[in-house]
Design a binder for this molecule. Structure first.
Ligand code: ATP
Length: 354
């Protein structure tokens, strides 16, 4: 158990107020975030939020509500989107970064929905907000970039408006926005159940180094799940396999490996029930996975619904070697290196009004 957050020092200068204190306890990262800014409310708030990798993704059959019940081990990595919010007469969104053209800038953007949902819940409806998203997480890549932006916007607008909502109310808002949004709020390493929104911290030790290979085109999460269902139905019709368990199970060996802090133990235990579907939709991903393994990756897996492939390395240097090897092989569009676990949505700047 980590120590609880310290109280602000008695000598804290007048006019400074502790605004945000997020318990890091249990989520496996190494620091706590305490932000102090000068009253009155900031004119602009900037928040980062991380991409996620699923170390395990066990998918059950579709539920009556259309979602699939699942058990997953989320792991937040140091590939971060950045969201800045400012008060404005009307809500608007701008997006910069390589994949900016793929991101909607209207009401369908999850960041817009997050700001609107928070304003309604906190009774500041009618308040506009200018949202600037700096995108580094590739779009439709299985890395939950839209969810990261939603989480970042919730945290940023909460700072801007000083809503006073409890952590529980914020978590409920996050779950209403999307299955991966609650995890993007907390980060670290965590077990997700339900449709992924019911979180418990995972006891993970150490730092993990990754090479990420981005696919040529995105994959629709809904289509990957539909393909997964179809492949399973075909296999069952051919008498070739058991039905998926109604309640998928957490991998005990993976949890033990994460507690050991040894990436060599974690690597072979990475698993993803959506991988066969993603590979059937983008067969070229097989080559990327093989290239990464050939360059010494301890584990190679499609992240979530794909098409990003994640390669676990034994060190930062080996992650670089894998990334270089993947680049020269031409097996993917682009590569990145990242490490995890990292915290979820975190305020990095809060500027006083001018
Ligand atoms: P999912 O979160 O559905 O599993 P993903 O992680 O693979 O998907 P995202 O990058 O979240 O992929 O994008 C999925 C779709 O969400 C995009 O094609 C885009 O149309 C839409 N979208 C809405 N808001 C955003 C946002 N802020 N950033 C990226 N995509 C967004």
């Amino acid at each position: 158990m980590r120590p609880s957050l310290p109280s602000p020092p008695a000598s804290q200068p007048a006019g400074l107020e502790r605004l945000c204190a997020r318990q890091a306890a249990g989520y496996g990262y190494d620091h706590q975030v305490v932000i102090s800014v000068i009253r009155p409310a900031a004119a602009a708030v900037t928040v980062t939020a991380p991409a996620k990798i699923n170390l395990q993704l066990a998918v059950g059959p579709a539920r009556a509500d259309g979602y699939h019940g699942l058990v997953t081990v989320f792991h937040a990595v140091s590939l971060l989107d950045e969201v800045t919010v400012r008060s404005a007469p009307h809500t608007s969104i701008t997006v910069t970064g390589e994949d900016a053209a793929l991101v909607p800038v209207g009401e369908s953007n999850l960041a817009w929905q997050a700001a609107t949902a928070l304003a309604a819940a906190a009774g500041v409806a009618g308040a506009g907000v200018q949202i600037a998203i700096r995108k580094r997480i590739p779009v439709a890549a299985g890395l939950a970039g839209g969810s990261a932006d939603a989480a970042a916007t919730l945290v940023a607008c909460n700072e801007l408006w000083r809503t006073g909502l409890s952590q529980r109310e914020m978590a409920e808002l996050a779950a209403g926005l999307g299955s991966d949004v609650p995890f993007a709020m907390v980060g670290g390493t965590a077990v997700g159940r339900g449709r992924g929104e019911l979180l418990t911290p995972a006891l993970a030790v150490g730092k993990y180094h990754w090479a990420l290979a981005f696919g040529q085109a995105g994959l629709s999460t809904a289509q990957v799940y539909a393909t997964c269902d179809r492949l399973r139905a075909n296999r069952a019709a051919a008498g070739g396999g058991p039905e998926p368990a109604a309640q998928p199970e957490l991998s005990t060996p993976l949890m033990a490996a994460l507690r050991s802090g040894d990436p060599a133990k974690v690597g072979p235990l990475l698993s993803n029930d959506l991988q066969p579907a993603a590979l059937s939709m983008q067969p070229e991903l097989r080559r990327a996975l093989a290239e990464g393994r050939d360059h010494g990756a301890l584990g190679a897996i499609v992240s979530g619904s794909g098409p990003t492939c994640a390669f676990l390395a034994k060190s930062a240097a080996q992650a670089r070697d894998i990334a270089v090897g993947l680049t020269s092989s031409g097996a993917c569009r682009a590569v990145a290196r990242a490490s995890g676990p990292v915290p979820g949505a975190s305020v990095i700047r809060a500027g006083a009004p001018s």
